[in-house]
Write a protein that binds this ligand. Sequence first.
Ligand code: R2B
Length: 260
Amino acid sequence: TAEARAKELKNYPNDCLVQLSNPNIVTMKEDVLYDFSLSTSTLEFPAMFGDVKFVSVLGSHSRMNSFIKYVAVELAFGHPGMSTPTSVYDCPHAMYKVGPVLSMSHGMGIPSIAIMLHELIKLLYHARCSKVTIVHISTSGIGLESGSVVINWQAVGACLKVEFQQLVLEKWVVQSTDLDEQLVPELLQCSADLSEFTTVVGHTMCTLDFYEGQGHLDGVLCFYTEKDKQAYLKAAHTSGISNIKMESSVFAAMCNTCGL
Ligand code: R2B
């Protein structure tokens, strides 16, 4: 099962290569990453991406662009506006690479980020990357002072369960949404060292929709009241949820299963 596979991968040494849970890939002569417009038969993935150690995924192209420019300056890879960071290929999910840092934009919602993650994780696998850390960076937050940072240690579905459920060939498949427990204190320490903003550790709730799914009152449809919305958000907050993202559960499930 996916859960057994995730457990097995967790026992691998730290310097393990990126693993896939799909026996078909190894038998394929060519793997085409359709959305990235990349193919293993025309490009040398290990030469292009083999040095990647950190991957950041962000919703919008512009936020990702700001992030990677910041990384370029921090890592002394040149100034923003110079030839690095460069967009590698034209694709719906823009991709930038600066030294060991790869950054991808994922669009909105589970379907969009899931397609991107299938191709991104295969790219890391074909490139024989090892010791990769992948981080999802995004905005939002509930019950927090604005500007606070939430480090998510478990993603939660809209029913407040710590799991990701997906229909696969008519069957519901449930996957774990635990995130890397070693990375949480490391990131918390980074934030303490910076001492620039409040940082909390919490759950991130994943909803299937922005308007009704998150109780917004200004969509086309609204069959609940402000009171109902507040009660839902309060219950979520009381159960440890610190923010809402429409991608968090599938991100956690896929990375977990691939030992990332
Ligand atoms: C928050 O913002 C987007 C919707 O506006 C979506 O990606 C999310 O989770």
